[in-house]
Design a protein around this ligand. Structure first.
Ligand code: LLP
Length: 420
């Protein structure tokens, strides 16, 4: 039989045991990626830190794995922070992001003692100063800046340009007013700056451009206010392999370039090298996940195309319809058969745009075959919805031939739980 195994587990066995659609995630893959970061970044350089951007995928079991590997996380909401707290994640290793953190979220962050708050704007700075004061704390923070660079990725996932809802642009002195205010606040400890230029970035030169701009800012902040920047957080965004991108690059492709950029620019301006932080999400978990679907209706429109429909769709993977993301897929029970046909993989939602893969090469397919879509570990489960009142799939973790359920499949009752 030509079945595909994933981290030592037969995918057809998984489809039968847990049903489809099913997210399957390889623990070995996640751990290998984190260890690569430890070896080629954390141990290679002095005074650097890596945190996992948990918005990519964050069931409690993922929080436990990251905690066990000893790196930190970045969160963007009270919900992500709550998940981390549920597994006893060390608070000092948590970084809190977001362009509109609520008062409750900021309160939660200060109360728990989150390690760093990345302040997005001056309104938030005021709120944070007040809340920290109420707890009698001085809060460590960095400013999020928008360096004004173009990261050459889909427009919806670019974030480094000046016209962005995130951060403070390095324009017209806006950032200097914000720095001065932070330096004059009683309950705020400004440590430095953060930028995140976008996601699924395949090159490393945009990071260098952003670093040059950030370090110019660091120099000017020193010259104007005598402010010594202690931390520079360069965000995440490292790309992975999808259908149209080629192989994933090693972490050092990004981090060596980032470190060299920082060292060169600091040297040029006579600055001490700040502590450097990176925040990969997708790079750690994206290729660790696949989604299994069962094929149902097959519709051939002569001379036009063949639609092969599956039992999931944009509810479990909104990325093709949101960003025109391109995925690869395989028929996992027919790996010993040659691809014969080009088909379009359609989801089951009431939307013409609910197409998971355009033009996929497959062997002769029939109802009941199982399709695996690859590289679905990041931003699939975390962005899933209940559109059309479809329950979210279960998540199974696999490792060395063993499988364990980490998130149960939603039931119809689960979906109605909060409805009165
Ligand atoms: N740091 C910050 C401040 C971020 O905003 C993000 C992602 C990351 C780190 C991690 O980025 P990564 O390494 O995963 O690329 N839903 C979109 C991606 C949105 C990313 C938002 N921020 C997608 O599915 O492509």
């Amino acid at each position: 039989m030509g079945n595909v195994y994933f981290d030592g587990v037969d995918t057809i066995y998984l489809a039968e045991k847990y049903g489809t659609p099913l997210y399957v995630v390889s623990e070995n893959h996640i751990v290998d990626r984190i260890r690569e970061i430890k070896k080629d970044f954390i141990e290679k350089y002095t005074d650097v830190e890596a945190v996992y951007a948990c918005k990519a995928f964050f069931p409690k079991e993922m929080a436990r794995i990251v905690k066990g590997e000893g790196i930190g996380i970045d969160v963007v909401s009270g919900g992500e922070l709550y998940t981390a707290m549920e597994v006893g994640f060390p608070c000092d290793k948590i970084i809190f992001h977001g362009n509109n953190k609520s008062i409750d979220e900021l309160d939660m962050a200060v109360r728990y003692g989150v390690g760093r708050i990345i302040v997005d704007n001056e309104y938030e700075l005021e709120l944070l100063n007040d809340i920290a004061g109420r707890y009698g704390r001085k809060v460590d923070m960095l400013y999020r800046i928008t360096p004004g660079v173009n990261s050459h990725t889909h427009r919806y996932i670019q974030t480094g340009q000046v016209d962005s809802k995130f951060g403070i642009p390095i324009l017209d002195g806006l950032i200097f007013r914000a720095i001065e205010r932070a330096l004059n606040m009683d309950n705020i400890n400004l440590l430095g700056f953060h930028f995140h230029i976008g996601s699924q970035i395949l090159g490393n030169t945009t990071y260098i451009d952003a670093i040059e701009i950030a370090i110019d800012l660091i120099r000017e902040a020193r010259d104007r206010f005598g402010f010594e920047t202690r931390e520079l957080n360069t965000g995440g965004g490292y790309g992975i392999q999808y259908a149209d991108t080629g192989a994933r690059k090693p972490i050092s492709f990004y981090t060596d370039a980032i470190m060299k950029g920082i060292e060169d620019n600091c040297q040029r301006h006579g600055l001490d090298i700040p502590r450097v932080i990176i925040e990969p999400g997708r790079w750690i978990v994206g290729e660790a996940g696949i989604t299994l679907y069962t094929i149902g209706a097959i519709k051939e429109i002569p001379g036009i195309r063949t639609y092969v429909s599956v039992d999931g769709g944009m509810i479990d993977n909104p990325r093709p319809s949101l960003y025109r993301a391109r995925y690869d897929g395989i028929i996992v029970n027919k790996m010993d058969e040659d691809p014969m046909a080009i088909v379009t993989i359609a989801g089951k939602c009431c939307e013409s745009g609910d197409i998971l893969i355009w033009d996929l090469k497959v062997p002769e397919v029939e109802a009941g075959d199982v399709l695996a879509i690859l590289s679905t570990g990041a931003y699939n489960y975390s962005m899933a919805s209940n559109y059309n009142k479809l329950p979210k799939p279960a998540v199974v973790m696999v490792r060395d031939g063993e499988d364990r359920l980490i998130v149960k499949r939603e039931t119809y009752q689960d979906m109605l739980r909060n409805e009165l």
